[in-house]
Design a protein around this ligand. Structure first.
Ligand code: PA5
Length: 448
């Protein structure tokens, strides 16, 4: 099998010669300190050897539970937020037919998402849509107490029990949560739901290769063996003994760090395939929540091209030169579509007749890269042979490992997210949650 390939030449040209390679010892030290468990946040390194340690028996267990949901549900709702949601959606949307996502094809259930927002209309419309559907729920929350997810689950649980009866609800509701603590665990135990454990030492945004991601992906009908195999191949390709220039995660981390030191504070992840939109969202969460702390960190942004070439493209070409781009380029599309010839040629497009649509897309990609580099935007390119489970597994692990390395170059703990608590504290105080009486008083005084 091939590997995804990172090319940093068009970023290196903006840096002093050998600047990237000068970080080789630091990246090696960062990988070693994750290997020997001495890096900051070392109680959250369970993801590091996850791909190579997942057993076929465990995958079979996940597939068996997925089969129960697949047999008994037209629609499955994945309730979760952040790391308990984005990885599954990223993989499922990357692999799904773009126009079949809301239609049950008779083979795979429709997978929808809740618990990642508190939009009343969203939830009302979802519950309305589900009224005529045989649906099930995967309730995913490591803490088991996240308000957004818990609120959506409360609505969905009641609707599922009312519509399908308590016995069937028991069969089609699955919890993925902590082994012992949290309301999701308490409910699952009391109701007798099937459950999977999120390991203590795997943080949310590094958890896509645990049942958090694997169960929904299997329910959607995709090959989790291949996903894990791809990740395992990348685990081997990014180990401490792999020479720097052959280790894509080390090179990516070093290049980002060199650019950051050179004043490039914003990284824009780019795709030319709309199916990758949620892969960008997953990446934004992985990097944003891992490295945005201690007043440091590259701001992770993302664009879908060509769409955003006609909006953000202007900013990228001529705005403040504080950005760099990383393009995820899919070499071979799944389908083949040729531009037809037209006798009248009213649209003047006959110069494209006979070409594959992807050839046009690739020239848009190349033309954009050249234009942006000319405009002063360093550019990295991650070439992916095909959009399938195996290469998505590689992409996931590649970015995770690079994130762990880069955060150490930044001298921050990649694996906590203390800043996320601030909004929750205010929200609980404003909603008079029991236990927040003092905060409620203080916040009311601030609102006067
Ligand atoms: O990456 C993280 O740790 C977070 O994004 C969490 O996944 C997110 O806050 C959801 O938390 P929980 O799984 O506890 O509901």
């Amino acid at each position: 099998m091939e590997k995804i390939v990172l090319n940093v030449n068009k970023a290196a040209q903006f840096l002093a010669a050998d600047k990237i390679a000068s970080f080789a010892p630091a990246t090696k030290a960062a990988i070693e300190s994750m290997e020997n468990g001495t890096c900051p946040g070392n109680d959250f390194l369970g993801w590091l050897h996850l791909p190579s340690s997942i057993t076929p028996e465990f995958l079979a267990e996940i597939k068996a539970t997925a089969a129960v949901l697949r047999e008994n549900c037209e629609v499955v709702i994945v309730a979760g937020i952040g790391g308990s949601y984005l990885g599954a959606r990223a993989v499922i949307e990357a692999l799904s037919n773009s126009f079949a996502q809301l239609v049950n094809d008779g083979k795979n259930p429709v997978v929808l998402y809740a618990g990642n927002n508190i939009g009343e209309d969203y939830l009302a419309e979802l519950t309305d849509y589900l009224k005529t559907k045989k649906f099930g729920v995967i309730n995913i929350s490591k803490s088991g107490t996240t308000t957004e997810t818990a609120l959506a689950f409360r609505l969905l649980k009641k609707q599922c029990e009312d519509q399908r009866g308590k016995e069937m609800a028991k069969k089609v509701i699955v919890a993925v949560t902590d082994a012992k603590k949290g309301a999701a665990r308490v409910t699952a135990t009391k109701e007798g739901y099937a459950t999977f454990v999120i390991p203590d030492n795997v943080g949310g945004r590094f958890s896509v290769l645990t049942p958090v991601g694997l169960l929904p992906i299997a329910v959607a009908g995709f090959d989790i063996d291949q996903l894990v195999a791809g990740a395992a191949a990348m685990e081997a390709a990014t180990g401490a003994d792999v020479p720097f220039m052959e280790n894509p995660s080390a090179v990516y981390a070093a290049t980002r760090f060199a650019l950051y030191e050179a004043g490039k504070k914003i990284e824009i992840l780019v795709n030319f395939q709309p199916k990758l939109h949620y892969m960008m969202e997953w990446w934004k969460q992985l990097y944003g929540e891992s490295e945005g702390k201690d007043l440091k960190g590259i701001f992770p942004a993302a664009v879908d091209f060509s769409t955003d070439l006609h909006s953000m493209g202007q900013w990228i070409q001529e705005g403040e030169r504080s950005i760099f781009e990383t393009v995820i380029s899919i070499e071979k599309p799944e389908h083949e579509l040729h531009v037809p010839s037209d006798e009248e040629n009213l649209d003047g497009l006959n110069f494209l007749a006979g070409k594959r649509v992807d050839e046009v897309n690739k020239m848009a990609e190349l033309g954009t890269q050249l234009a942006h580099v000319d405009g002063g935007v360093p550019n990295m390119r991650l070439s992916v042979p095909q959009l399938n489970e195996y290469y998505l597994g590689q992409i996931i692990y590649f970015f995770e490992k690079a994130c762990g390395i880069h955060c150490q170059l930044l001298e921050i703990n990649a694996f906590n997210q203390p800043g996320v608590e601030a909004y929750k504290k205010n929200m609980f105080a404003l909603l008079n949650k029991p236990g927040y009486e003092k905060e409620s008083e203080a916040i009311q005084a601030r609102l006067k």
